[in-house]
Design a protein around this ligand. Sequence first.
Ligand code: SF4
Length: 331
Amino acid sequence: MPDILDRARAQVLADGTGLDEAGVLEVLRLPDDRLPAALELAHEVRMRWCGPEVEVEGIVSLKTGGCPEDCHFCSQSGLFTSPVRAVWLDIPALVEAARQTAATGATEFCIVAAVRGPDARLMAQLRQGVAAIRAEVDIQIAASLGMLTKEQVDELVDLGVHRYNHNLETARSYFPQVVTTHTWEERWETLTMVRESGMEVCCGGILGLGETLEQRAEFAAQLGELAPHEVPLNFLNPRPGTPMGDRPVVEARDALRAIAAFRLALPRTILRYAGGREITLGDLGTRDGLLGGVNAVIVGNYLTTLGRPAQADLDLLSDLKMPVKALSSTL
Ligand code: SF4
């Protein structure tokens, strides 16, 4: 029987058909000496089905902290003792953040709020914010505002929000160990409505929440079923005061195996490095990931933790001869 990487070469690289759950699990279980070959294949798949461009995105938090939900990894939940207070950003600060993001060459600017779902006040802020950004900055606007109603989905489409982020976070079978205030299925419902509306779907999650390798593979397969335009892959950065504050970080080699496996499950998606990569992988790992299937990065700071400086990422892309995706080609 051929090795999983030989089978993946024939199926994923040649045909563009992602690995199923069993195949992903085999990749996640590869011994260390096969990891370079897995990353190399994932990189070939990304180059073949996505091309050399890297999408650069900035994110800003419109409303930080004080969330009523209990996602056990999240320092923005108001239910834990984590030191993130509820803070709202004003519109001029939002426009300035969009301007700074565009100045790095980023094409995407994602407005995020720590909420279960938007209320009237948040929708009003968003309306104002999106209009102000569109008037002054040339960048595509995405949003991440939690669970949506159909009316809210329609309103986002009308505003010109082109992509919506809502993470499934982890495998369906593990989700109840991570969140108890809402269900995985409720998240799936929002994602389905977003997809049907024509907005691009951005949906990923966090690895290292205590899920098994089987559940990691299950999660990759569930994302494969959803087929999001973009998948942000986070690694747990354990935040003090959260129920997962004492969890160990994902080992660099396991993180890289996961990156390769997710790319082989999702050959055409934008696979984005999101939070936690600095502590899991460090600078060298960032390079390894970009040569192992990743084709998008978030520049600058994350919502509650400090990221690498934007310039370090842009220099790395230039070293790797990976062009930053241009705005004109995405409109
Ligand atoms: S992950 Fe989102 S929904 Fe969950 S607690 Fe944090 S901000 Fe709230």
